[in-house]
Structures are given as C-alpha cells and as structure tokens.
Design a protein around this ligand. Structure first.
Ligand code: VOV
Length: 247
C-alpha cells in the first residue's frame, strides 16, 4: 500500500450556485423588488460582520454562461454553521426567485507534500491559508477535480516520493503566477462528488487560462488530473448586485 499524505484542514466551504427566475422577478412591483433586496442586503451585511470578526468569509459573484447566474461562496468553521448560512439564504424571499443549479461542499486543505518545520496549529501563515478571508479580486474561477485511478495512471498507487516530486513541480508552476492568481484548494473526498474543489481568484481572467493551460503540460495534471465543469464569474459588491437586480 502506498503511504497517504497528511493533510491539514481549515474552514468548510460551500459554493452555492443559483439561477435567477427572471420572469418571476420581473413580474414583481418595484416596491416588492426593493423590499426583497433590502432583506437580502441585511443578510449580506451579516456575512460581512462574520468576515470582519474572522469567523468565516464569503464572496458573491455573477456567473458568465448558462450554468448559473450567481455563486455564493461561504466559509465557516463547522459544517453546521455552513448549513445555517445556506438555510438562512433559502429562507429569504429572494431565494424564491432562484433555482439551485449546482453546489459544492468541501473543506480548505493543505497537504504536507511540501514540508516545512513550523507548527501548523500556531503558524500564522498556515492558519491564514486554512481560514482564509477570500481575496477581493474582480473574478472567480471554480472547478472540481480528481486525481486519476485508471490502469497504469493511478495517483493513489504511486510512492510518496514520486507524488512529492510531482507536487513540487506543480507548486513551481503555480509560484510563477504569484500576485496574479490566488488559489484555494479544498478537499472533498467523502464530502462531495469530486476529490477537490479548485477556486482561483484573479483580476484578469486570462491568467486563469494561462495558469490552467500551463499546468496541463505538467505531469500531475497531464497524466493524473480529471476535471469537472468550470465556472467563471465577476465579483458583485452591493452596488453591482443592485444593478443586476434593476429592471
Ligand atoms: C496559483 C497557483 C498555485 C500554486 C502556487 C499551487 C501550489 C500548490 C502546492 C505547493 C501544493 C501542495 C501543498 C498544498 O498546498 O496542498 C498544491 C496542492 C494542490 N494543488 Fe495547487 N497550486 C496552484 C494552482 C493550482 C491549480 C490551478 C490546480 C488545479 C489543477 C489544474 O491542472 O488545473 C491545483 C490543484 C491542486 C491540488 C488538487 C492540490 C492537492 C493535491 C494533493 O494530491 O494533495 N493547484 N498546490
């Protein structure tokens, strides 16, 4: 049996994708739309307070393309708190005008392929990575992925050294994009349908394409990566949400 790698876990993550029922939304009076938005914005400010208190984090983005209209990304210390966030959104009137289109449940993960001597429970850098305040970049990119388990290409049968060396090469490519793309890798084995969620943050969406493309040539992605659907979106602050809702 190959040796499994130790992982560190942080906050739980929900990616909640919604499609807006525009026909129903447009049929409301301006007054009703206003009230519904007010209720949503009061929830939004609760999410902000949680983030300021470092008890979680969130981001709201529009999704480009037909797969969804919005994605709410939430992080919380426990799965119960994560579900509370989901449920309190579902109880808003605005939620009645949305249809869930996809969701993904995972937990922020750091693996220890790339070793360091620090104590992960106290090291501020590691703690900041495990319990991140989501970057306020203009764009988000999300996709789930697996490491392949087929025939001779079985990641999970490889010796630890081989996996570590491939992850080092992966990390070197990633490092070239420092300052341009921030990645949050969340593990979802036992939690959702794929093994990891990959969430990338950037101000220039072309850097997603360049980074993901460059990684496709790297062995760990070229030989062992299997990918789900990609979602790309634009950050929505309160003002932009208001613009989106305007008829
Ligand atoms: C923005 C760039 C970037 C950087 C710097 C980076 C670095 C690193 C390091 C140093 C490490 C190992 C330690 C850890 O932190 O866990 C990882 C780990 C991981 N990565 Fe990564 N990754 C990036 C980016 C990045 C991307 C774009 C992808 C998707 C792959 C692709 O082809 O589309 C990815 C995937 C992963 C995964 C699934 C893991 C866990 C693998 C496992 O088997 O456990 N990752 N990653």
């Amino acid at each position: 049996m190959s040796q499994s790698v130790q992982t560190l876990e942080g906050w739980y993550v929900l990616h909640d994708f919604r499609t807006i029922d525009w026909a129903a939304w447009k049929s409301l009076s301006a007054d009703e739309r206003g009230q519904i938005q007010e209720e949503l914005f009061s929830l939004y400010s609760e999410w902000k307070t949680v983030e300021e208190k470092k008890e979680g984090s969130f981001g709201v983005f529009s999704v480009v393309g037909h797969k969804a209209d919005l994605v709410f990304m939430h992080l919380r210390p426990t799965l119960e708190e994560l579900q509370d966030v989901e449920t309190s959104f579902n109880k808003t009137r605005f939620a009645e005008f949305t249809v869930p289109s996809y969701s993904y449940v995972s937990v922020v993960e750091l693996s220890t392929y790339v070793h360091s001597d620090v104590n992960p429970d106290t090291d501020p850098y590691i703690q900041g990575r495990l319990k991140p305040v989501l970057p306020k970049t203009k764009h988000i990119c999300f996709y789930p992925m697996n490491k392949r388990r087929s025939g001779n290409d079985n990641w999970y049968m490889l010796p630890m050294e081989e996996r570590s060396s491939m992850m080092r090469s992966h990390g070197m490519i990633g490092r070239k994009y420092a300052g341009q793309v921030i990645q949050i890798i969340s593990g979802s084995v036992g939690l959702d349908d794929w093994e990891w969620g990959v969430t990338l943050f950037a101000d220039d969406p072309v850097t997603y394409k360049k980074l993901v493309y460059e990684m496709r040539f790297d062995e760990v992605s070229a030989r062992y990566g299997d990918f789900g659907s990609f979602f790309v979106g634009n950050r929505l602050e309160e003002d932009q949400l208001k613009q989106l809702f305007a008829i």
